[in-house]
Ligand binder design. Structure first.
Ligand SMILES: [Fe+2]
Length: 259
C-alpha cells in the first residue's frame, strides 16, 4: 500500500496558523509516502507568502509533488503575470518540491492548469491544454507502475460539472482521455472535497478534489485535506475536516477501480 496526503489551496497570507501547526504535528503520524500539493500555495503570490510556504514545506519529511494555482502568480503585477508568471514560485519552491514522484507502486505527474493572463474575464479559472498535458500523460501512459496519478490545480471533473468556478477550459474535452490513463486525478481550487468516477471497459478512474487546507476564508465546507491509500483494486479516501482550529478524521470512502 502507498499513502498519499493530498492538500490544496493553502493560501499562505490568509492562513489559519492553528491549522498549519495541527497539520505539521499530525503529518508524521500519517506516514505519508508522498504529499501532493494541488496549487494555490499563496494568497497573492507575494515573496513573503512564498517564503512562508517554503518554510512550511521545509518542515515536511516526505517527498512533495507540487503544481501551481491561479493565486501563485503576483496578483497585481500584470507585467510579471505576462512574462514570468511562475518565477517566484519556482525560485521559492524549486529546492523543496518536485513536479513528479515515482516509487514501485505509484507514479505521479503534474501539469499546470493556471495562467498568468487569459483571453477571458475571469483569470482565476483553469485551462487544460494539449501542450501542458502531453508530457505528463505520455509519462504515465508508458509507466510500468500499477497506479498512475495526475495532479493539477483546477478541477477536470467535479460535482459542479464545469459550471461556475469549475469552468476549466477544455476539461470536458480531455476528461475521458485523462481517465483512460490516470487512475486518479487530484485537484483543488473549489475548496470542496469530492470523488467523481469515470467508468469505461470495466475500469473506474477517479477525480478527487480537496478542500482548502488552511484558508481562514472557507466557502461552504470547512478547511480540510485528504488521506488516500492506494490498495489493490481500490483507493480509500479519508477526508480530514477542520473543527475549532484542529483537523478531525471523517468517514472513509472506498473508491473501487474495477467492476
Ligand atoms: Fe484556485
Amino acid at each position: 500500500m502507498s499513502r498519499i496526503v493530498h492538500i490544496a489551496d493553502l493560501h499562505f497570507g490568509d492562513e489559519d496558523s492553528r491549522l498549519v501547526d495541527d497539520f505539521l504535528n499530525r503529518l508524521p503520524g500519517l506516514s505519508a509516502d508522498v504529499v501532493v500539493v494541488a496549487g494555490d500555495l499563496t494568497q497573492t503570490g507575494s515573496r513573503a507568502e512564498f517564503a512562508q510556504a517554503a518554510a512550511f514545506f521545509g518542515e515536511i519529511d516526505a517527498p512533495i509533488v507540487l503544481t501551481p494555482g491561479n493565486h501563485d502568480t503576483p496578483l497585481l503585477n500584470v507585467a510579471t503575470r505576462l512574462t514570468r508568471p511562475w518565477r517566484r514560485l519556482q525560485k521559492a519552491m524549486g529546492e523543496v518540491a518536485d513536479d513528479r514522484f515515482l516509487n514501485d507502486r505509484v507514479h505521479i505527474e503534474s501539469f499546470n492548469s493556471a495562467r498568468g493572463v487569459q483571453f477571458r474575464l475571469d483569470w482565476s479559472l483553469g485551462v487544460v491544454s494539449r501542450k501542458k498535458l502531453a508530457n505528463p500523460l505520455a509519462a504515465l501512459g508508458s509507466s510500468a507502475v500499477p497506479t498512475k496519478i495526475l495532479t493539477a490545480h483546477h478541477p477536470i471533473l467535479s460535482p459542479l460539472d464545469n459550471r461556475g468556478r469549475a469552468r476549466t477550459k477544455r476539461a470536458p474535452k480531455f476528461a475521458r482521455e485523462i481517465a483512460a490513463i490516470a487512475d486518479l486525478t487530484l485537484t483543488g481550487h473549489l475548496h470542496q472535497s469530492f470523488a467523481c468516477p469515470v467508468t469505461a471497459e470495466n475500469r473506474t478512474a477517479w477525480f478527487v478534489g480537496a478542500s482548502t487546507a488552511f484558508s481562514s476564508r472557507t466557502r461552504e465546507e470547512p478547511a480540510g485535506f485528504n488521506v488516500i491509500d492506494v490498495a489493490d483494486g481500490y483507493f480509500s479516501l479519508t477526508p480530514y475536516r477542520a473543527e475549532n482550529g484542529a483537523f478531525k478524521e471523517t468517514d472513509v470512502s472506498r473508491l473501487d477501480r474495477l467492476d
